[in-house]
Design a protein around this ligand. Structure first.
Ligand code: FES
Length: 147
């Protein structure tokens, strides 16, 4: 049994503690906003916040998350869209949308620690793979969210 706090709620996962967090979130907690892309830590589609840090959920196990605070895209904002989400819409920075949740989580973590990041810092913080080719618009949107 692994006990975590997910989106501000205590959750118990009756699964193998070596299960990647990604599968616990998607299959047991039904939080499917966190996406499976590569499963190798390369694409960033599975990015969530663990104790406020952006981490790839495919690379960390339930055991490593024991007692920690996990935030998924479903729990990032409550009453209204997060400023990063609003800026992505305003800058039309979404194409297929598959990688968007991971990018939003990475950007939210960046802006929490750096209120005025440079474009280089933004690009470095969102190495997520976007096959639609909207990375320049993503960077512009995250800059907008910082304003
Ligand atoms: Fe985790 Fe690609 S699915 S980084």
């Amino acid at each position: 049994m692994s006990r975590l706090t997910v989106n501000e709620r205590p959750v118990e996962f009756d699964m193998d503690p070596q299960t990647p967090l990604l599968w616990a979130l998607r299959d047991a907690a039904n939080l499917t906003g966190t996406k499976f892309g590569c499963g190798n830590g390369d694409c960033g589609a599975c990015t969530v916040l663990v104790d406020g840090a952006a981490l790839r959920a495919c690379l960390i196990t339930l055991a490593e998350c024991e007692g920690r605070f996990v935030t998924t895209i479903e729990g990032l904002a409550r009453d209204r869209a997060h400023p990063v989400q609003q800026a992505l819409v305003a800058e039309q920075a979404i194409q297929c949308g598959f990688c968007t949740p991971g990018i939003v989580m990475a950007a939210a973590a960046l802006l929490k620690g750096n209120a005025n990041p440079s474009e280089a810092e933004i690009a470095a913080a969102i190495p997520n793979l976007c096959r639609c080719g909207v990375t320049p618009r993503l960077v512009r949107a995250i800059s907008r969210a910082a304003r």
